[in-house]
Design a protein around this ligand. Structure first.
Ligand code: GUN
Length: 288
């Protein structure tokens, strides 16, 4: 039986650390980080994520506001809202929940967010900085995955990391982060041939495809670390990851569960990115 990488517990520890730092800066400056979350439309999964982000901010002493636009609002209205939040000095972080309804252009929206307020790390400038190996805000889910690997002392340098999925939110930034940590990185996707065989070469396998339980035990090198980024709602209403936990956990050395794995880490990293944006914008040092 493999080690269970308990993201939920680690996320709680990290959230408490961020909350303590927020309180210390508040004592010193009488200011608090402010996060603005934009949701366009009523996608039920996005509503759950946005509500969870708001609750987590409250618990950490971060001011948060949720800005909801109806699904038939226009790109122009969205751009005007982003402009208003860019100018608002009490807002240090801006996040536009994705996916946007079809008539919106997510690239134009994320590129309109001031790069220093981009707590998602999705702005093309920040994505480019990550690609060049420079300091920049990093997307929350890949950052959370890396924090889990480090907390569980999983060796990364020189290890073969296979990432299944090439999204801008997870797969691509994850590959850059793992490269920065000196892993040997392969990115696989829906057109990859011989996927099980390729995955069996991974010391660290990161699944971010969005297909319930598609990674089964035959994809796994014995002892490998398996990180499941998938959150899939099944027909019975239950959540399932991209990894078939039951079979894979008999072969893997370490594995994340769904729920309670990567998901809570994403939120913990958002709070950390918001605190970092606050420190940057208010020109505060990392020491309280
Ligand atoms: N949709 C799914 N994950 C994310 C995320 O990390 N940030 C935003 N803005 N939208 C998402």
């Amino acid at each position: 039986m493999s080690t269970i990488i308990r993201g939920k517990e680690l996320a709680q520890t990290l959230r408490e650390k961020t909350a303590r730092a927020v309180e210390a800066y508040h004592l010193k400056t009488h200011k608090r980080p402010g996060l603005a979350v934009i949701q366009v439309g009523e996608d039920p999964a996005s509503t759950v994520y946005v509500n969870n982000k708001e609750k987590a901010c409250q618990a950490a002493g971060i001011r948060s506001s949720v800005h909801r636009l109806s699904r038939d609002s226009s790109q122009l209205e969205l751009m005007a809202l982003i402009e208003q939040l860019n100018r608002d000095e009490s807002i240090h972080g801006i996040l536009c929940q994705l996916p946007l309804p079809d008539q919106f252009d997510a690239f134009t929206a994320t590129a309109a967010i001031k790069p220093e307020k981009d707590v998602d790390g999705f702005h093309p400038l920040n994505a480019g900085l990550l690609f060049l190996g420079r300091e920049a805000p990093v997307p929350c889910t890949p950052l959370g995955v890396l924090a889990m690997l480090k907390a569980y002392k999983i060796p990364i340098a020189g290890q073969h990391c296979v990432i299944v999925g090439r999204s801008n939110i997870v797969g691509k930034p994850m590959a850059q982060l793992m490269l920065r940590e000196n892993a040997t990185v392969t990115t696989a996707h829906s057109r990859t041939q011989n996927l099980p065989e390729l995955c069996r070469q991974a010391d660290i396998l990161i699944a971010a495809v969005g297909r319930a339980r598609m990674i089964t035990a035959d994809f796994i090198k014995p002892g490998a670390t398996v990180i499941d980024v998938g959150v899939n709602r099944c027909s019975d209403g239950k959540l399932a990851g991209d990894v078939d936990f039951e079979s894979v956990s008999t072969v893997a050395g370490a594995i994340t569960p769904v729920p309670g794995g990567v998901g809570p880490m994403t939120i913990a990293m958002l709070l950390q990115n918001t605190l970092d944006a606050f420190l940057r914008i208010e020109k505060l040092t990392g020491e309280v």
